[in-house]
Design a protein around this ligand. Structure first.
Ligand SMILES: *Cc1c(COP(=O)(O)O)cnc(C)c1O
Length: 239
């Protein structure tokens, strides 16, 4: 594996951790309450290995085929050392498969997906507690095709659907800031929705928000998981 690439990832990872620390300090939060999830989509499995070597524990992917292929290439030991987060739009015919290998799913936005994940989820693999899931909300409201429950659609129905499945465990809400809008305003709205969900399920107190360009605003708005790709791995290779 190229030493130079490892050095580059180490530097960029350090810079992102520095941003997290500064943003947490500015928001009077403990940086340990913000989990950095590194999005490795489109990058080779060797980058995943480098990140593991640099102490990264949380890796995210957004496509079933790519994610499952990467997982299959890892050794048992490498696999045991990481938590795989699935953050991509889910199709109901793929969701059950995703639930067989993902450790966390951030992109649950329809009851049909809830049922498919529940079918595939293996409680034994998740230490008897069910597969942790986040409900993705669409803060844009324009249904731009990036997934998520639209504003006005009942989030409560989706909360109930997850609660009805013993193989799933509701953790909180997830969103991507709308393009071209103020991320701070969008994440403030997400924080309100998170509060609604927490009222129904007190243990579902987590917020997955913030990417390379807006992690500071997300941390200011209470994000517990930030999903960072390009700031660490570089510009994604074209697909
Ligand atoms: C790709 C992706 C990210 C990472 O985006 P960057 O801007 O590269 O940090 C975060 N969340 C989701 C859902 C993604 O698909």
């Amino acid at each position: 594996m190229s030493e130079e690439r490892t050095r580059e990832l180490r530097e960029r990872l350090g810079a992102v951790k520095e941003r997290i620390s500064r943003a947490a300090a500015a928001a009077a939060r403990d940086p340990a309450d913000v989990r950095l999830v590194v999005v490795t989509k489109y990058f080779p499995v060797d980058d995943v290995r480098r990140l593991l070597g640099l102490g990264v524990k949380d890796i995210a992917e957004n496509k079933d085929q790519e994610a499952s292929a990467k997982v299959a290439e890892l050794s048992t030991e490498e696999r045991a050392g990481l938590r795989l987060h699935f953050v991509g739009q889910l199709q109901s015919n793929k969701a059950a498969h995703v639930a067989t290998y993902a450790d966390v799913v951030h992109s649950v936005d329809r009851p049909k997906i809830v049922r498919a994940l529940a079918r595939g989820a293996d409680r034994a693999r998740c230490a008897g507690r069910g597969l942790p899931v986040f409900l993705q909300v669409d803060l844009d409201g324009s249904d731009a095709g990036r997934g998520g429950v639209l504003p006005g659609e009942p989030l409560a129905a989706l909360v109930d659907a997850v609660r009805a499945e013993p193989t799933l465990e509701l953790r909180g809400v997830m969103a991507v800031a709308p393009r071209g809008a103020d991320p701070a305003a969008a994440f403030a709205r997400l924080q309100e929705l998170a509060q609604q969900v927490r009222e129904a399920v007190p243990s579902a107190d987590q917020i997955s928000a913030g990417m390379s360009g807006d992690l500071e605003q997300a941390i200011a708005a209470g994000a517990t998981h930030i999903r960072v790709g390009s700031a660490i791995l570089g510009t994604r290779p074209s697909h």
